[in-house]
Design a protein around this ligand. Structure first.
Ligand SMILES: [Zn+2]
Length: 291
């Protein structure tokens, strides 16, 4: 039987970038290294530098996802980014769990810096600390039964990240907690939280009533977290439900957005990794050819 051909290693390895810590995480944690990158499939690495850089890209604002809610995404739900998320979600790559936890924590810190939280909330009440609940979008019963709660894992990671420093007002430091308090109405799943395979019209028809909120959220700021945003309807319904429970939804943070946030690919440091379908510039050229 002919063994699978492996591409030759590049003559000179890519220069370590600011994302190198992410690619080194599985090794640092003593995890067995699978033979291929979880994103692009490149051999002999669990996470290649290019895919680690994708996961460590600056947050991009997803302008069309949910008009009344600022949505930020780490990467585009396409190519190796999509493969990374699917491999994590479906359990094919358990070694991605600590990587995604680190990505969530980093993204949470960046979100706080971008949104200015807690900002003037520090001064709103000197006796009470600014309080933020990180709320995962609700998972369906099937996913809960499998115990693979991707959005909840991200919310936990964000809540564990270091809180922004106390403000100059001298009040107590901000409080950030993960709160898995949303449940889908009637226990029914959305027809796929990410609505893969549906047309835009089907996705619009697929809107659901706001989920139930299991706790009083009065007085809390809220950050909604999900793995992938498609139309933003899930995030909008979560925000509506949280408002109804007295919270103040400040925005949403997702791992990936589709269609891709334009700035994500353009900001990638260094050359595109081998085997990737191309960066933003290549996609723009391809789109220009089509029209
Ligand atoms: Zn890769």
């Amino acid at each position: 039987m002919t063994p699978l051909a492996r591409p030759a290693s590049p003559a000179s390895p890519p220069r370590p970038g600011p994302w190198a810590w992410l690619a080194a995480l599985p090794t640092a944690l003593g995890l067995a290294l699978p033979e291929a990158c979880a994103g692009c499939g490149r051999w002999e690495t669990a996470l290649c530098p290019g895919c680690a850089a994708l996961l460590d890209a600056p947050l991009a604002e997803v302008t069309s996802a949910a008009a009344e809610l600022r949505v930020h995404a780490v990467l585009a739900y396409a190519g190796p980014g999509r493969a990374l998320i699917l491999n994590w979600k479906n359990g094919a790559r358990e070694d991605l769990a600590p990587v995604m936890a680190a990505v969530g924590a980093r993204a949470g810190e960046r979100w706080a810096a971008l949104s200015g939280w807690p900002g003037d909330r520090r001064d709103a009440g000197a006796l009470d600390p600014p309080r933020l609940i990180v709320v995962p979008a609700p998972s369906g019963i099937a996913r809960r039964a499998r115990g693979r709660l991707v959005a909840a894992s991200l919310a936990d990671a964000i809540a564990r990240a270091p809180a922004p420093p106390p403000g100059g007002a001298g009040g107590p430091g901000p409080l950030i907690v993960s709160a898995d308090i949303l449940r889908r109405e009637n226990g029914r799943a959305f027809r796929g939280a990410h609505q893969a395979g549906l047309s835009a019209a089907q996705r619009r028809r697929n809107r659901q009533p706001p989920p139930r909120v299991l706790a009083d959220a009065g007085g809390w700021d809220a950050l909604i977290v999900d793995d992938v945003v498609t139309t933003g309807s899930t995030l909008r319904s979560c925000a509506a439900a949280l408002r109804g429970a007295g919270a103040r939804p400040l925005g949403a943070l997702v791992l990936a957005a589709t269609p891709p946030p334009a700035r994500t690919a353009a900001r990638l440091p260094g050359p595109a990794p081998a085997g990737l379908p191309g960066g933003g510039e290549r996609r723009r050229r391809a789109a220009a050819k089509r029209f």
